[in-house]
Each structure stands twice: as structure tokens, then as C-alpha cells.
Design a protein around this ligand. Structure first.
Ligand SMILES: C[S@@+](CC[C@H](N)C(=O)[O-])C[C@H]1O[C@@H](n2cnc3c(N)ncnc32)[C@H](O)[C@@H]1O
Length: 208
């Protein structure tokens, strides 16, 4: 007979092991973007599979687009407007961040938040070379957004949520920084099926 009073099992991987594996993966993508990864990367993939505008991507430094690793085109739905404050949570090397910074313009502000130092350095360098004084790349994560309460009009997260086991905390953080009526677009992988418990707690599968 099954025990219907059994406490719910926490089917999450060890957060520290997962963070280390994720950090290793994105440090490697920053170091060697053409090495070949188990996920899609690059400008051609973004144009052909995700509908990015090729002309816009051509204007982004190749150092960023070569390291693009998104799973969707969240800006297409988020539709940032001139003068708005944009957040790209998990901005990686900065492709969406730069595209978003152009859309909000100098009347607005664009913040990229990224935990990986190597990715952050590439995004920061691109922002500085493009002279985007209204755009900043900050250290942080979905679980810790270094922004004040109710300061963001539009937030995007492209292929970052699936790497974060603390999703309730991440959603609470995004809710904290968004203004009332603000917009959030998450582009990510979803599971349509059942994963056995041993796979759901495997950090290597979460990091992939
Ligand atoms: C698949 S890449 C996507 C990067 C970027 N959004 C893009 O579309 O190219 C995932 C990024 O999320 C970052 N990341 C990992 N864990 C994160 C977390 N908990 N919060 C925010 N970003 C995270 C990684 O360092 C990496 O740069």
C-alpha cells in the first residue's frame, strides 16, 4: 500500500554542483565559441531557427553573436519601446542586451545581469565599444537581481531559467524588480513528458 502521507520529494539537483557545472560550460563557451556544444549557438542559428533579423545581428559584434545561446527570440514578444527600462536576466555575451538597448534608446536604460565572469567581460566590452552609455552589465543571477524594486518595464530571460533550480525565488525576484504592469518574457526549453527521479536530480542533465 502506498503511503499517501509521504512528504513531497525535492526533485532538484544539488545547487552547488549544478552552479559549478553551468559555470564551467559557459566559461568554455566564452573561451572557445566555435568548439561545438550540445546546444545551438551563433548568429546563423538565431536567424534561421529563431527568426532574428539578420541585418540587426550584423550590427552586433561577432564576439557576442558567436556566443549567442538563446532558445527563443524574447524581444520579439517583449517589444521594448523607446524610453523603457529593460532587463536581460542571464544576458550571456550580450546579443539580446545590445538589441534591446538599441530599442529602448538613450532615453531608456538597459541592464544585463550575468553570473559568469567571462561572459560578463565579453558583454561589457561590446557595450563599451558601441558607446552605449545607457546600458550596463551587472554581476548577479535570476535569484539575485541587483536592481531596485519596481524599476524595470520589461524583462527577458533567454535560456537561463532552465539552468536555475530555484525557480520560485527567481520568479519572486523578477516580480520584485518589475513595475506594476511590467512585462516578462521567458524563452526556454519545456519538458513534455516524464523524467524519472534519478534524472530530475542529475546536475549534469540540468546543466545541459
Ligand atoms: C544558454 S546561455 C544564454 C545566454 C543569453 N541569454 C543568450 O541568449 O545568448 C545561459 C546563460 O545564463 C547564465 N546563467 C546560468 N545560471 C544563471 C542564473 N541562475 N541566473 C541568471 N543567469 C544564469 C549562464 O552563465 C549563461 O550565460
Amino acid at each position: 500500500m502506498s503511503n499517501v502521507f509521504a512528504p513531497p520529494v525535492d526533485l532538484r539537483p544539488d545547487a552547488e554542483i549544478l552552479a559549478a557545472l553551468v559555470d564551467e560550460t559557459y566559461t568554455e563557451l566564452a573561451r572557445a565559441p566555435y568548439a561545438g556544444f550540445h546546444f545551438n549557438t551563433g548568429a546563423s542559428y538565431a536567424v534561421e531557427r529563431l527568426g532574428y533579423d539578420p541585418g540587426e545581428l550584423m550590427a552586433i559584434p561577432v564576439e557576442c553573436t558567436a556566443r549567442f545561446a538563446g532558445l527563443g527570440n524574447p524581444l520579439a514578444d517583449a517589444d521594448p519601446q523607446t524610453g523603457e527600462v529593460l532587463l536581460d536576466a542571464g544576458c550571456g555575451a550580450g546579443t539580446d542586451l545590445l538589441l534591446g538597448a538599441w530599442r529602448v534608446g538613450r532615453e531608456g536604460r538597459a541592464f544585463g545581469v550575468e553570473p559568469n565572469p567571462a561572459m560578463r567581460a565579453i558583454a561589457r566590452d561590446a557595450v563599451s565599444r558601441q558607446g552605449l552609455g545607457h546600458c550596463r552589465v551587472l554581476e548577479g543571477s535570476l535569484e539575485y537581481l541587483p536592481l531596485p524594486d519596481q524599476s524595470v518595464d520589461v524583462a527577458i530571460a533567454n535560456a537561463t531559467f532552465s539552468l536555475c533550480p530555484a525557480r520560485e525565488e527567481a520568479l519572486a525576484e523578477l516580480h520584485r524588480v518589475l513595475r506594476p504592469g511590467g512585462r516578462l518574457v521567458i524563452s526556454d526549453a519545456v519538458v513534455d513528458g516524464h523524467f524519472p527521479a534519478h534524472e530530475r536530480v542529475d546536475p549534469a542533465l540540468w546543466a545541459s
